[in-house]
Design a protein around this ligand. Structure first.
Ligand code: NAD
Length: 502
């Protein structure tokens, strides 16, 4: 059940990764791979083994200063990037997507090695990333303002202009895909970029850097500074020459990003944060299919998704049957080597997340939830956790309130619609929600009443490049994807002309 030899050839070189892929372990500034100013390096770990894959140049404030200066030069009004035809900008973006497709096996191998997600899901992420880049490539020459019939006979119009140098700080759960979600709208708008990948997963983003250069983006348009949050990340959020910061990660760090923006130059802020998203199963649903949807909603990406369906609300009438079906699915879930094509689930990202998830599993046991299956570590190397189901979960248990970010499904009972909507909304988060039912009125009433940025009916994770995605409440500020995602990277300038001229 192994993948093709082509991938194994690449993985053989991953054994001596340090020497063979050396250039892309450095910072990427002005289209060159450079060492960090301090000369420091940090290790990135293979979560399947706990072993070091590579030592990566560690950027901090001094490197962020260099990268921002490069991005600022690239944003100068006479620069090649600013004077390029919008359609040419779109062609560069399409070229980057083409190159990512050409290199899909290598990129997916790096992603799986560094993150631990299965090789198939890495390839899926890259496909989705290409579609985001292509969607936004199409926007480049379709960004325009309005002419406005203002009072006093003024001739008034608006121009949509790029916001400037943007800082982008991303998490480890979808390294390539989060990069595409950030780069797509920023490049389409005509911004220049300093991106910091998560310290757990710098390698695939640095592999993309080589493709950025090959595609022909002018120097300084895209810069990448790997490093840690409190140093490199904070330097981006505080920087006086960064006009906007886009962040995806924990709600806790989201607070810090806003504070840094507030204390420095009031840079624009968009945040995509955590969630505790409800998925609701009614008694009129096909329970087998509903269980399958809820299974993917939670277990995909090992539960490490901001929009994971982590509160499974099931109607009392079908509750026991649903728990049985859910258990069958998990009993068949294969945990192991993420490069084996029969594997459904690889390791969690690192020791910290492993400990956090195991701690929450223990809290579920201690709080009196019923452990249906799983509940322990899998194997004895790496950060593998058995897929786990708790039934009889009550709203006030930690596993029903806190974001677990791991393969732990909490199945909660409900009796009627009014009570359900109250309980679904009783959280500080508001990223996503879903409902499985045959009753369209009930589905639409839920969609209208639930406090969430995305609502999915009879499905989950129905995310595309074309539709906005983001959070209500403490799940975030602003939207990514779709036309709304683009506007996060644009300023509006009003130009009014008094006529006749003086
Ligand atoms: P995190 O928020 O700590 O890290 C996300 C990114 O922010 C990383 O690039 C990190 O280096 C950077 N960062 C950290 N501190 C910073 C600071 N002071 N200033 C600027 N940047 C900083 O998330 P994590 O540690 O990877 O995961 C912790 C929790 O976050 C998870 O348990 C999960 O609940 C949540 N999370 C959410 C998402 C999401 O997609 N919304 C993704 C990953 C993690």
């Amino acid at each position: 059940g192994k993948f093709s030899p082509a991938i194994y050839r690449f993985l053989a070189s991953a054994a001596d990764y340090q020497s063979k892929v050396n250039p892309s372990q450095k910072l990427f500034i002005d289209n060159e791979f450079v060492d960090s100013v301090s000369g420091n390096k940090f290790p990135t770990i293979n979560p399947a083994t706990g072993g070091v894959i590579a030592e990566v140049s560690e950027g901090d404030k001094a490197d962020v200063d260099k990268a921002v200066a490069a991005a600022k030069r690239a944003f100068h009004r006479d620069s090649p990037w600013r004077t390029m035809n919008p359609s040419a900008r779109g062609r560069l973006m399409n070229k980057l997507a083409d190159l990512m497709e050409r290199e899909i096996d290598q990129l997916a191998s790096i992603e799986t090695l560094d993150n631990g997600k299965t090789f198939e899901s890495s390839k899926g992420d890259i496909g989705a990333s290409c579609s985001v880049l292509r969607y936004y490539a199409g926007w480049c020459d379709k960004i325009h303002g309005q002419t406005i019939p203002a009072d006093n006979g003024f001739f008034s119009m608006t121009r949509k202009e790029p916001v400037g140098v943007v800082g982008q700080i991303i998490p480890w759960n979808y390294p390539i895909m989060m990069t595409a979600w950030k780069w797509g709208p920023a490049l389409a708008a005509g911004c220049t970029i300093v991106l910091k990948p998560a310290e757990q997963t710098p390698l695939s983003v640095l592999a993309l850097a080589a493709l950025v250069k090959e595609a022909g983006f002018p120097p300084g348009v895209i810069n990448i500074v790997p490093g840690y949050g409190p140093t490199a990340g904070a330097a981006i959020a505080e920087h006086m020459d960064v006009n906007k910061v886009a962040f995806t990660g924990s709600t806790e760090i989201g607070h810090l990003i806003m504070q840094a923006a507030g204390k420095s130059n009031l840079k624009r802020v968009s945040l995509e944060l955590g969630g505790k998203s409800p998925i609701v199963v009614y008694d009129d649903a096909n329970i087998k299919k509903a269980a399958d949807i809820a299974y993917h909603a939670l277990f995909d990406n090992h539960g490490q998704s901001c929009c994971a369906g982590s509160r499974t609300f099931v109607h009392a009438k079908v509750y026991d049957k649903f728990v049985q079906e859910a258990k069958l699915l998990v009993a068949n879930r294969k945990v192991g080597d993420p490069f084996d094509k029969n594997t459904d689930q690889g390791p969690q990202i690192d020791q910290d997340m492993f400990d956090k998830v195991m701690g929450l599993i223990d809290s579920g046991k201690n709080d009196g939830a019923k452990l249906v299956i799983g509940g322990s570590r899998a194997g004895n190397v790496g950060f593998f956790i058995q897929p786990t189901i708790f039934a009889n979960v009550e709203d006030n248990m930690r596993i029903a309130k806190e974001e677990i970010f791991g393969p732990v499904q909490s199945i909660i009972k409900f009796n009627n619609e009014e009570e359900l909507i109250e309980r679904a909304n009783k959280t500080s988060y508001g990223l996503a929600a879903a409902i499985i039912t045959q009753d369209i009125d009930r589905a639409l009433n839920f969609a209208k009443s639930v406090e969430a940025g995305s609502v999915w009916i009879n499905g989950y994770d129905l995310i595309t490049a074309h539709t906005p995605f983001g959070g209500y409440k403490m799940s975030g500020i602003g939207r990514e994807l779709g036309e709304e995602g683009l506007h996060e990277y644009l300023e509006t300038k009003t130009i009014s002309i008094r006529t006749p001229s003086v």
